[in-house]
Write a protein that binds this ligand. Structure first.
Ligand code: MLC
Ligand code: AMP
Length: 494
């Protein structure tokens, strides 16, 4: 059991090669033994602040190595790490605080938001702040936690209402990263260009955990910048990104066969990669992007093969140990090869349920333990999964999820608004962009200003249109597909 724990990854490297590089960032290089020391001292500060195993530690902090120390320190001492998108507004945070009841809330600075419940400390990207203004607890042996113990909680929104806290266990984190190391052939010699945020599954678990599990290294960039990423090709081996990374790289002249040659692997996920992007990238660099499919609740489900055919427009077969099937969304009956239905997943990667929502959790699992993803797709004769669409009303913009319902509720609460419909419209940079179609006397400007304080920037509509009425079907339901189709080319000229 003890060997099947994420903290073992760290101990495994420090036992044999303590001076191996963990990451390089703006502050310089950090070795694995330095990482271990930082994780231990951060864990002892958490304990000194009164944080106990099982307590939630919420953090809304800019990306830095100290965020990784905090995450791993939570794992070390058994707290549940709760990372929050830095774009979340005060009202979004109020909900998370009330729902998760964290013992501790950490931000970059003291200024904007002080929640009523938890202790509030600061931790900056330079590793300063009130978090360290405490005498660390005396050194102690690491406690061995059971694999099913909660390790992290990540909020995902829902089609019907408020965000849900997806509970991920130590076993989820461990099995997922171990699977990816093997599937994607990671070794200690790899260097990952890490340009994703670390408040989501992709940047925190798929990227960071896989590197840790392989005992490999990262170039840890504060954010995605195509120039900085291309600069790193010469000294790196792998990039993980959302499709927007690849479309932005493609619009860069410095992306060539030569510049990309030192890299062994480009991975894409979190949103559909257009087949044309896949093909354009191959034509330009001679390398095929490896697309995979995952979800906050399930970590990674499928992946195109490392060796073998990477098929554009598919997300590849189920990863080893993961079962993926397609079923009729209504009846749950299994469908045959190439039939389109709901994608369902089972395996050690699948989460333990939604925080404090047992009924919601139960309704999203089949009796035999398969999780209903809400994605629509099919499995072809070679076992490759094709994602055809979404059963859930969800927009994915630049790899970030937006639930239209949440945006509609914010708009509908404004004066001069009768009703609204929010849809995702094809966008050349973000894949999809948020557009609001509103009935009422309010102006687009007033609506944009009215929701600015309640919704994170990435959820706010790029365009607000005022119309006389929304199209409805005979049942009175708003026809979002009609609204979407009429706007297919809205962003083409951008
Ligand atoms: C930024 N903006 C966005 C946005 N990102 N709007 C919509 N969608 C997004 N994703 C806003 C900014 O606030 C800004 O607003 C304007 O758009 C232009 O910003 P930018 O400078 O172009 O954006 P940038 O900072 O470069 O960010 C774009 C990005 C970033 C694609 C690099 O969004 C990103 O790193 N996305 C990755 C998200 C991610 O990690 N997803 C994984 C989820 S886990 P203004 O005010 O200037 O108009 C998951 C599971 C799985 O899904 O399978 O992996
Ligand atoms: P999240 O809730 O942020 O974890 O987003 C998970 C959702 O992202 C999935 O349910 C899919 O709809 C979508 N997704 C992730 N990877 C892919 C992919 N490679 N292709 C298409 N959709 C994807």
């Amino acid at each position: 059991m003890t060997n099947q724990d994420p903290i073992r990854w760290l101990e495994r490297v420090t036992a044999v090669d303590p001076n191996r590089r963990w990451l390089t960032d703006d502050l310089g290089t950090e070795t694995y033994s330095e990482l271990e020391r930082s994780v231990l001292s951060t864990a002892h500060c958490l304990i000194a602040h009164g944080v106990a195993p099982g307590d939630r530690v919420a953090a809304q902090i800019e990306k830095s190595r100290f965020g990784l120390h905090l995450y791993l320190a939570c794992l070390w001492m058994g707290a549940v790490y709760l990372p929050l998108n830095t774009g979340y507004t005060r009202s979004e945070l109020d909900y998370f605080m009330a729902n998760a009841e964290p013992a501790l809330f950490i931000t970059d600075d003291d200024a904007p938001y002080a929640p009523a419940g938890p202790m509030h400390l600061t931790l900056t990207v330079k590793g300063e702040g009130r978090f360290f203004a405490v005498e660390p607890a005396p050194n102690q042996q690491r406690t061995l936690f059971a694999p099913e113990t909660l390790a992290a909680m990540l909020y995902t929104s829902g089609t019907t209402g408020k965000p849900k806290g997806a509970m991920l266990t130590r076993a989820n984190l461990f099995s997922s990263a171990e699977t990816l190391v093997a599937a994607w052939h990671f070794t200690a010699d790899d260097v990952l260009i890490h340009a994703l945020p670390i408040f989501h599954v992709h940047g925190l678990f798929v990227a960071t955990n896989t590197i840790l599990a392989a005992g490999a290294s990262m170039d840890f960039l504060a954010k995605f910048d195509p120039d900085a990423v291309i600069d790193r090709f010469a000294t790196s081996t792998c990039l993980m990104g959302v499709p927007t990374f690849y479309t932005r790289l493609l619009s860069h002249q410095r992306l060539t066969k030569d510049s990309a040659a030192p890299m062994r692997l480009f991975i894409s996920g979190s949103a559909p990669l257009l087949a044309e992007t896949h093909k354009a990238f191959e034509a330009r660099t001679g390398q095929m992007i490896l697309e995979r499919y995952g979800m906050t609740e399930t970590m990674m489900n499928t992946s195109n093969p490392y060796e073998g055919r990477r098929v554009a427009g598919t997300v590849g077969p189920a990863l080893p140990g993961v079962s993926v099937r397609v079923a009729d969304p209504e009846t749950g009956n299994l469908l045959a090869t190439n039939e389109i239905g709901g994608i369902e997943v089972k395996g050690p990667n699948v989460f333990a349920g939604y925080w404090l929502m047992p009924e919601k959790t139960a309704s999203e699992f089949r009796a035999d333990g398969f999780f209903i993803t809400g994605d629509l797709g099919k499995i072809d004769e070679l076992g490759y999964v094709h994602i055809i669409g979404r059963g859930k009303d969800l927009i994915i913009s630049g790899g970030l999820n937006i639930y239209p319902k949440e945006v509609e509720e914010a708009i509908d609460a404004l004066p001069g608004v009768e009703e609204s419909a929010v849809v995702g419209v094809p966008h050349p940079d973000f894949g999809e962009a948020v557009v609001a179609i509103v009935v009422g006397t309010a102006t687009p400007e007033a609506i944009k200003a009215g929701i600015a304080a309640t919704l994170a920037r990435f959820k706010q509509p790029r365009i607000v249109e005022i119309v006389d009425a929304l199209p409805r079907n005979t049942m009175g339901k708003v026809q979002k597909s009609v609204l979407r189709e009429a706007r297919e080319n809205l962003f083409n000229s951008e």
